[in-house]
Design a protein around this ligand. Structure first.
Ligand SMILES: *Cc1c(COP(=O)(O)O)cnc(C)c1O
Length: 369
């Protein structure tokens, strides 16, 4: 058995198989000097609509901007409160402040790491305008529970699908379940560009048109209002067009790897393998286990050339960035418990069976020694 380094995600192995197509396409773009708002952009937006089942896709520069633009599109005003999950990448929360609103954190479920819908109602005030749930690690949130709250309090919901492209809730693609959604094509995401890229999906024509203008200075030559520059780069769209047809196969590979991990690791006793609700398709952007021996296990794997990561070591309310809110660990008991036990293992579609079994064997050794 070799002892080669196993990374948490291996972008090079994916790109090696597509490199000649990508090089050819980039050379064509250079020869035509068509870099911005090219036909590749339109093709990509159509491709996303086809996949998601959405009517409109607005390509933008990255996933964080997509969230920010949508909040502006929902006309967020100073003092407005937006409820979001205590456990996510910081983008989900920082955009609420940047767009002028107040972020209100909700604790997560101990089971699936997503926003705990049962705890949302107690956070709603007359100033609450919307909710941003995150399909964390690729596991969809509970749609029915969130929809009930949305209807009862007349709120909008933006899905953060940055980690969940191609995930399904009762056969329906995430990104089509509420008012609007965002996706990120950051290189390490399940569909990754070779730089930053993101998009918005919605069925609301007016919202989509407003976002498209806002992301392009209020419309080139029109300037109906002041906007920003957040267009998707044309070369990134062209690269994503080459990759998109492989997404189903890549998702399937992730799911197969996850089921082998589940099977082999769940018998170890000291490990909790990722929860999956019966009616969802989990896309395993991250394969995240829980164990009370987290730090020792990650060190043991590292010493044997196997990478792991912690996503995320500090839940959002406890970050220095949100110190002003004065939150304590006891305010978010599940998020706090999870942050001490989570560990993400290597997960990418090109992970070989040999690599997978070396990881599993090493973890088994750790727990049996
Ligand atoms: C990656 C990510 C984003 C932001 O996407 P960028 O394209 O990196 O700006 C937002 N939310 C979540 C949950 C993410 O994982």
């Amino acid at each position: 058995m070799t002892n080669d380094f196993i990374p948490i995600v291996d972008l090079k192995s994916q790109h090696d198989s597509l490199i000649s197509q990508i090089n050819e396409k980039i050379a064509e773009i250079i020869s035509t000097s068509s870099f911005i708002r090219s036909k590749d952009i339109t093709q990509f937006e159509n491709g996303i609509n086809n996949l998601i089942g959405s009517n409109y896709c607005v390509s933008v520069a990255n996933g964080t901007d997509a969230l920010y633009i949508l909040l502006k599109g929902f006309n967020l005003k100073p003092g407005d409160e937006v409820i979001t999950t205590a456990h996510s990448w910081i983008s989900t929360a920082e955009v609420i402040s940047q767009a002028g609103g107040n972020v209100v954190f909700c604790d997560t479920s101990i089971l699936d790491f997503n926003i705990d819908a049962a705890k949302i109602e107690s956070l709603i005030t007359p100033k609450t305008v919307g909710i941003i749930p995150v399909h964390l690690y690729g596991h969809p949130v509970n749609i029915e529970q969130l929809n009930k709250i949305k209807e009862k309090y007349n709120l909008w919901i933006i899905e953060d699908c940055a980690q969940a492209i191609n995930a399904k809730y009762k056969e329906k693609q995430v990104g089509s379940l509420f008012d609007a959604a965002i996706f990120s094509f950051y290189p390490g995401k399940n569909l990754g560009a070779m730089g930053d890229a993101g998009c918005i999906t919605t069925n609301d024509h007016k919202l989509a048109e407003w976002c498209r203008l806002y992301a392009n200075h209020g419309g080139k030559g029109i300037h109906a209002f002041e906007g920003i520059n957040s267009r998707m780069d044309g070369i990134q769209a062209a690269i994503l067009n080459i990759k998109l047809p492989f997404l189903d196969e890549w998702t399937c590979n992730r799911q197969k790897l996850a089921s082998i991990y589940n099977q082999e690791l769940s018998s170890l006793g000291d490990i909790v393998t990722p929860f999956k609700a019966n009616h969802v398709d989990h896309v395993y952007h991250l394969y995240t286990i829980k164990t009370s021996y987290r730090d020792e296990l990650s060190e043991y794997l590292r010493a044997r050339n196997i990478a792991t990561s912690i996503n995320y070591p500090i839940s959002l309310p406890f970050l220095p960035a949100f110190k002003r809110l004065g939150h304590q660990h006891k305010d978010f008991p599940n998020a706090f418990q999870n942050q001490r036990e989570i560990l993400s293992l290597p997960m990418f579609p090109e992970l070989t069976e040999n690599q997978l079994h070396r990881i599993i064997d090493t973890i088994t050794q750790f727990f049996t020694n």
